[in-house]
Design a protein around this ligand. Structure first.
Ligand code: FE2
Length: 385
């Protein structure tokens, strides 16, 4: 059964409750707990995410807290926690990860009521273990963490923290800083997208369905997202309560190299392509980020030429959206506003999406084509197509 959107899901003979109850039964997920990036210089990355993205200093672990082999900076903005980790020694898995992939997401941690059960249920269904259930404690209580591999070398860590009162995890101390730039209005992680290699999308869709009990809510094929130049296929997997959504992309054949293929080449395999973060006011968030030096994908003026015919009535002034290069897309439940940063690392790999949903539950499918076509129209005007 293929489900195009959440509304269809409610109308299927199986019923949304039934599908989602099954998911809840063996792997209840309360939300995203944290996202950990392995980076070449955590201290400097932390400065970037504070300055440019408005994250706040939260917690720290390193030599001063008795950790000998790495440093980790934890940053927070509303419900989003980013952890930036750099090894202090040569060799070892973190160095190998950075050597192979460049800076990138290693851990997508999920908040669970029972980390031991989450590990048992997922490994029983075929997940490869990354970390057996481990109890960690300090004077603030204890957590239990466990982990499994997903695509590439990316992992999911299950975090059980209902008995913990500390700042982040045992071993971390509060990070006090005199430098505290204002937040830019980022609220929570809306979805996180994985790029996988040619022919691998269905394998990972099946992994999320079978091993983690997710349901497929949307799929696009290369007819939806392609122009003469670039193509991709995508399926969106969601957990039962809809708090965790993982689109999975695979490259498709086009005249030129697909952006997914370029990612796979530079990342040396599958990995997290973008982290989409929600805001309640995309105009103020995006203008604050631009002022602080974040670079966004270029949106040609021609994108806005036929915008209202494509998306219908919207609350915002199109001229204001145009000024900030914000994209608009509509589905049958409402519309959404979104914008993509350029890669935030040296390799053309990981980037962020800023998204404001106004009813729409989809992911901006209409923008892929509209954006590429607008760029091609501009090329046509210059005679370079
Ligand atoms: Fe996205």
């Amino acid at each position: 059964m293929e489900i195009k959107n959440l509304k269809d899901l409610k109308n299927t003979e199986y019923g949304i409750e039934k599908i989602f109850d099954e998911a809840e039964d063996f792997l209840p997920l309360l939300g995203t707990d944290y996202v950990e990036l392995y980076v070449g210089n955590a201290k400097q990355s932390a400065h970037f995410y504070k300055t440019a993205f408005g994250f706040q200093s939260e917690a720290y672990a390193g030599l001063e807290t008795g950790v000998k082999d790495r440093v980790s900076y934890v940053l927070k903005q509303d419900k989003i926690r980013l952890v930036l980790t750099t090894p202090l020694d040569e060799g070892g898995p973190i160095n190998e990860h950075i050597n192979k992939h460049g800076d990138g997401v290693k851990v997508v941690a999920l908040w669970v009521p029972d980390a031991k059960k989450a590990w048992e249920e997922t490994t029983k269904r075929g997940a490869k273990s990354f970390m057996e259930p481990t109890r960690e404690e300090d004077e603030n209580g204890h957590v239990v963490r466990s982990g499994i591999y997903t695509y590439g070398e990316t992992v999911h860590i299950f975090v059980e923290r209902n008995e913990y009162k500390g700042i982040f995890l045992p071993g971390f101390k509060k990070w006090e800083s005199h430098y505290n730039p204002e937040p830019v209005g980022l609220k929570f992680i809306d979805h996180m997208v994985g790029n996988v290699d040619w022919g691998e999308m269905n394998k990972w869709v099946e992994f999320y369905a079978k091993v983690m009990g997710f349901a497929q809510i949307i799929s696009f094929d290369d007819k939806d997202i392609s122009t003469d130049y670039t193509a991709l296929m995508s399926k969106v997997m969601s957990n039962g309560n809809g708090r965790i959504k993982f689109p999975i992309n695979e490259p498709a054949e086009g005249k030129k190299k697909s952006q997914i293929e370029e990612y796979i080449d530079f990342y040396n395999g599958a990995g997290v392509q973008h982290i989409a973060v929600a805001t309640n006011d995309i105009v103020s968030t995006v203008s604050a980020m631009r002022d602080r030096g974040v670079e966004f994908l270029y949106v040609p003026d021609t994108y806005y030429d036929d915008i209202l015919t494509r998306v219908g009535e919207i609350d915002e002034d199109v001229e204001v959206l145009k000024e900030h290069g914000i994209l608009i897309d509509r589905d049958d439940e409402g519309y959404l506003l979104q914008l993509f940063t350029k890669p935030v690392v040296d390799r053309p790999t990981m980037f962020f999406e800023i998204i404001q949903r106004k009813g729409a539950q989809s992911f901006g499918k209409g923008n892929f084509k509209a954006l590429f076509e607008a760029i091609e129209r501009e090329q046509g005007n210059r005679g370079t197509l």
